[in-house]
Design a protein around this ligand. Structure first.
Ligand code: GFB
Length: 309
């Protein structure tokens, strides 16, 4: 990637897009094409096509998506499938029509079967049933991978696909109901500390295992693949280690300095029992993450205190 090449970061105000933008800026890329949702509706094919015709981005980071935690996925299945399909089709189609040199698509670890063997290798895709709480989102993301695969096969389109594990970090959504577990727990423990509440409620049984990657590591992986990878195979990006939700809650409790008890609400869904990615393909390419989970939780809590608390 040339430092002055026009680069479109779709979704640059989201958790992932804003991290990719920080990484690009810190590495001296100067020609960054950015549009807010108000300026460019990515679910509108005409608007997206018009944008690509005028701006001719050479590199595209497709980090725009409708995302949310287990409850948001469960409550808004129509928006999760519709908006993600629309965004993907519009951006991938326009990138092809207007001859972008390369596009990086962000998938998700929930594309893999609910009961996939662990750790999950890339080739387990489409070998079993999906986790029902996020099936519409996962189907949309699988359609995205397959759209890129089809454009590559038919037109030689250079699209690459990265499957991130559960992400967290600065700029996350800290909504108590619709966010992912890590930001929700940061906020809940913080507010419980301020209120000197005797206990904090954690959804589910606490036994599901999840792998967490700091979004700045994901951004570094995205730039690494944009520079060094041109193959059709999807690539998992994670840290290769997971924790139970109970262990995670303990870590957030320590980071926030909360002193009360944990209570588990098993009326809330657990979701998939485990989704630990096999990251050997990425390791063989020469990339590994840098930010340990304890350090990442600490710095994300600091960001929360400075920006959202
Ligand atoms: O992060 P999360 O919503 O997403 O939930 P998934 C992870 C686990 O944390 C589940 C538990 O077992 C939740 O029950 N949990 C405990 C909580 N307390 C909380 C809380 O306060 N908020 C939330 N949200 N969870 C998502 C998918 O699955 O993962 C998306 O729905 C996406 O499609 C994303 O793929 C990465 O890991 O279960």
């Amino acid at each position: 990637m040339n430092q002055t090449a026009p680069i479109f970061v779709a979704g640059h105000r989201g958790l992932v897009g804003s991290a990719i933008l920080r990484a690009l800026r810190s590495e001296g890329f100067t020609n960054l094409l950015l549009r807010t949702r108000e300026e460019l509706d990515l679910t509108s094919q005409a608007a997206v096509d018009d944008f690509f015709r005028r701006e001719r981005p050479q590199y595209v980071f497709l980090a725009a998506a409708r995302v949310g935690g287990i409850l948001a996925n469960n409550n808004y299945p129509a928006e999760f499938i519709h908006d993600n399909l629309a965004i993907q089709l519009n951006v991938i189609g326009a990138a092809h029509r207007h001859q972008a040199a390369k596009l990086l698509f962000l998938g998700s670890s929930c594309i893999y079967p609910k009961f996939a063997p662990q750790p999950i290798r890339e080739e387990y895709l489409l070998t079993g049933l999906l986790e029902p709480t996020n099936e519409p989102y996962a189907i949309a993301k699988i359609a995205g991978l397959k759209t890129i695969e089809a454009y590559r096969r038919q037109y030689g389109f250079n699209g690459i696909c990265l499957m991130p594990t559960n992400l967290y970090g600065p700029g996350d959504n800290f909504d108590l109901n619709h966010s992912h577990v890590l930001p929700a727990l940061i906020r809940r423990f913080h507010e419980a500390k301020l209120a000197a509440a005797p206990s904090v409620t954690v959804w589910g049984t606490g036994s599901p295992r999840r792998e967490f990657l700091h979004v700045d590591d994901l951004a570094a992986a995205s730039l690494f693949l944009m520079r060094n990878y041109d193959s059709p195979e999807i690539v998992n990006v994670g840290c290769g280690q997971d924790v139970t939700i109970r262990e995670l809650a303990g870590m957030v409790k320590t980071a926030t300095g909360y002193l009360g008890e944990l209570v588990f609400d098993s009326s809330k869904p657990d979701g998939t029992p485990r989704k630990l990615l096999d990251v050997s393909r990425m390791a063989a390419l020469g990339w590994s993450p840098r930010i340990p989970l304890t350090e990442g939780i600490r710095s994300t809590y600091e960001w929360f205190l400075a920006n959202r608390a």
